[in-house]
Design a protein around this ligand. Structure first.
Ligand SMILES: [Zn+2]
Length: 76
């Protein structure tokens, strides 16, 4: 994936999380109180749950070290 700001190739990576799917929540929104659940206004990032690993969910994300930005695709 190329950085939309500088057009350089971005580094592939991920955002780790615990027991809930990785999600973006708008200001004023609240995370769900339940494990494995998405907030009412949450936008789910593409993440996989690996129950056998201690990390739990992880969302794919791309990082540009030049612009200091992380971009994470969502499912919507
Ligand atoms: Zn960049």
């Amino acid at each position: 994936m190329r950085c939309p700001y500088c057009n350089e190739e971005m580094q592939k990576g991920f955002i780790p999380n615990g027991g809930q799917p990785v999600q973006w929540i708008p200001d004023g929104g609240k995370p769900s109180l339940l494990s494995f659940s998405i907030a009412e206004k949450g936008v789910l990032l593409i993440s996989k749950f690996s129950p056998l690993k201690v990390n739990g969910y992880r969302a794919e994300a791309h990082y540009c070290s030049k612009c200091k930005v992380v971009i994470a695709p969502t499912k919507e």
